[in-house]
Write a protein that binds this ligand. Structure first.
Ligand SMILES: [Zn+2]
Length: 130
């Protein structure tokens, strides 16, 4: 099974533990590179069990690189929030606090909305978050 660079529009083959090919990794803001390393757990690419925090940071990296390459037709934050909506039911309060820490533009009210939406969905209230 081949593993390709996660950058939008890139099809370079990279080792499974690598998020991006080297050129795209070099385009990744240093702050996000550091978060990738902070949330990466050795062997996750084999176990297929990346943490939710890693998935959030991965989305941030993909959005940041795609924005630099003008491949994103929406705000990078919207791209990341869509990813967060997908994994929200599994997120803990700590995970949501982590999102607030890495995403300074999100307000406490935004984070509360995430928590409330998650809890509503857990109770079977439905809704797709849009
Ligand atoms: Zn690439």
């Amino acid at each position: 099974m081949t593993h390709v660079c996660h950058a939008i529009g890139c099809d370079k083959t990279v080792p499974p533990k690598k998020l991006f090919c080297l050129p795209h990794w070099r385009m990744t803001p240093a702050r996000i590179q550091a978060l990738i390393w902070e949330t990466y757990k050795p062997g996750q690419e084999n176990r297929k069990d990346p943490t939710l925090r890693y998935l959030v940071v991965q989305a941030m990296a993909v959005a940041a690189v795609a924005t630099k390459e003008k491949r994103l037709d929406e705000e990078p934050e919207k791209f990341v929030l869509r990813r967060i909506w997908q994994i929200l039911p599994r997120m803990t309060d700590d995970d949501i606090a982590f999102v607030g820490r890495v995403y300074p533009t999100l307000t406490e009210a935004d984070l509360e909305k995430l928590r409330v939406t998650r809890d509503n969905r857990a109770m079977g209230a439905g809704g797709d978050g849009t």
